[in-house]
Design a protein around this ligand. Structure first.
Ligand SMILES: [Zn+2]
Length: 507
């Protein structure tokens, strides 16, 4: 975690030399030794709170104030408003000198506003970069939490509050960065557009989708940086790697149903809707989708193997061979995360059946949720489910976000899987080297879903990138007592400042 690896190595060596000087060097030189030892301690103390050394006090205060303000504006779907958060950020940007026409709060209704701001570039030929983040947060109940989830709190080196991890830290970081650029009068060589949006976590007014449909011109860009994914993985505060989300699985829900004339439960017959569904789901459970790697997951396992040891490292190498080792695939598949990276997954998530305790069921249905590997469409998977169930009594229908059910999947999109270009990766690797002591940058595939599904579907290459470090075993997004290390937050502030500059300054 040394921000100045060379210097701290020098200091360690020098401190060692001072401490091991011959003991009888005379009083004067003893004093010098003591003085220089303390001078070094002081230097180390100045350098050790690494983020503090990088950020000036004004920026720190600004970054903290914005973060606090965002946490304390409730943006849940049930009672909150992303409009209030978007307007508060718009005001800060205009106060900092952004032209009014470059800052807009747009949305389908008064509670689901989205902020779109443009930092004008120097007018070069390159198309803008769009950066996205969501303002909404998952519900949080006061009684479940130790602190009030909608009060920003600093305790034991952490910031607490709903959205500290997911993802108001990065929203605040991006607003801070644009304000810093504006204050410095920094002109990027292309426009930077930031969209902070509604309903990523749920709700019916997804802001990215809405902006793409209603204000495409305002967010037209060459590619997208999504600050909601990627990030720095740490173990007990020590950086292990920097993730870049380079690809995403496709999300699809299917309704699996069986109907039956039913009848009196005192006269059962073998043809029973519930049994049909139960048998079908049993077959689904026993039939994994085929093992498959793509450019992104292949490179992920290649790099990950070098960070692992023993059987796991060997297995990761074995699945990369031209004929992948079946035993290795099975062993890695026992790990939910690796399993989800190697397979399309479909899992039963909801069920309902029957209409009375003393009647044979006329309808039984289940929701099967699929996360589909790049290169495959939802319709292909719908048909595959039919083949797995091998039961003509069972219908498999596609269900869209709004709950509408279709016999065939109307959209046939299949996401591509492409590794991020050098333009994205090179500056990222350089900054990872400067800030996190050269830990590897690992492109990965999002196995859940982020707002990148909309931008990817709209044909915009999208990369999940941010510089906030979260401990591998301290992931509290959506959970209770959500928190982020204070130092991680300020590192994240510094990261986006450096990264956006690297992307928009002619080399
Ligand atoms: Zn999120």
């Amino acid at each position: 975690m040394a921000r100045y690896p060379g210097l701290s190595r020098f200091l360690t060596e020098y401190t060692w030399k001072v401490q091991h000087m011959p003991p009888f060097a005379g009083t004067k030189s003893m004093k010098v030794r003591i003085r220089s030892f303390f001078a070094i301690l002081a230097l180390v103390a100045v350098l050790r709170p690494l983020p503090a050394a990088a950020l000036d006090e004004t920026t720190r205060r600004l970054a903290r104030d914005i973060f606090q303000q965002l946490i304390e504006i409730n943006t849940t779907d049930s009672v909150g408003s992303t409009t209030l958060a978007a307007e508060a950020m718009a005001k800060r940007l205009i106060d900092a000198g952004f032209a009014r026409e470059d800052v807009a709060v747009l949305g389908p209704n008064s509670r689901k506003g989205n902020l779109v701001v443009r930092l004008r570039g120097s007018g070069g030929p390159r198309k803008p970069i769009l950066i996205i983040g969501h303002l909404d947060v998952v519900e949080a109940r006061r009684e479940d939490w130790t602190t009030d989830p909608f009060q920003f709190a600093e305790k034991d080196g952490y910031f607490y509050g709903r959205g500290t991890q997911d993802m108001k830290a990065n929203d605040a970081i991006l607003i801070t960065t644009l304000i810093r650029f504006q204050r410095e009068n920094y002109r990027p060589d292309r426009d930077l557009i930031l969209a902070l949006t509604a309903d990523e976590e749920g709700g019916k007014s997804n802001g990215v989708d809405w902006l793409l449909k209603n204000h495409r011109d305002r967010i037209a860009a060459e590619f997208v940086l999504n600050a909601d994914s990627g990030g720095v993985t740490t173990v007990k505060g020590k950086a292990v790697n920097v993730d870049v989300e380079a690809s995403e699985k496709l999300y699809a829900d299917f309704q699996v149903s069986a109907t039956n004339p039913g009848g009196h439960s005192s006269l059962p017959v073998p043809d029973n809707a519930i049994y049909h569904i139960a048998a079908a789901l049993g077959r689904l459970e026993r039939t994994p989708f085929p093992f498959e790697l793509n450019a992104v997951t292949r490179s992920y396992f290649e790099r990950r193997a070098s960070l692992e040891a023993g059987q796991t490292a060997a297995d990761m190498k074995a699945i990369l061979r031209t004929s992948p080792d079946a035993g290795a695939v099975t062993r890695l598949s026992a790990h939910a995360r690796y399993n989800s990276m190697m397979h399309t997954t479909c899992v039963a998530t909801m069920m309902s059946a029957g209409h009375a305790p003393n009647a044979l069921p006329q309808l039984a249905k289940a929701n099967v949720n699929c996360r589909i590997l790049p290169g495959h469409s939802a319709e292909e998977i719908r048909q595959e489910l039919g083949r797995i169930f091998v039961d003509p009594k069972i219908a498999v229908r596609y269900v869209d976000d709004g709950g509408t059910v279709y016999d065939r999947t109307p959209e046939k999109k299949a996401f591509p899987s492409i590794l991020p270009p050098a333009e994205i990766l090179k500056p990222l690797a350089r900054i990872a080297d400067e800030m996190w002591n050269g830990v590897p940058v690992i492109p990965s595939m999002e196995t859940g879903a982020s707002d990148s599904i909309y931008t990817i579907a709209a044909g915009l290459p999208s990369y999940g990138i941010n510089g906030v470090a979260i401990d591998q075993d301290d992931i509290r997004a959506h959970g209770k007592d959500e928190r982020i290390r204070v130092s991680s937050y300020y590192d994240g502030v510094e990261f986006y400042y450096r990264y956006l500059k690297a992307l928009t300054s002619p080399q």
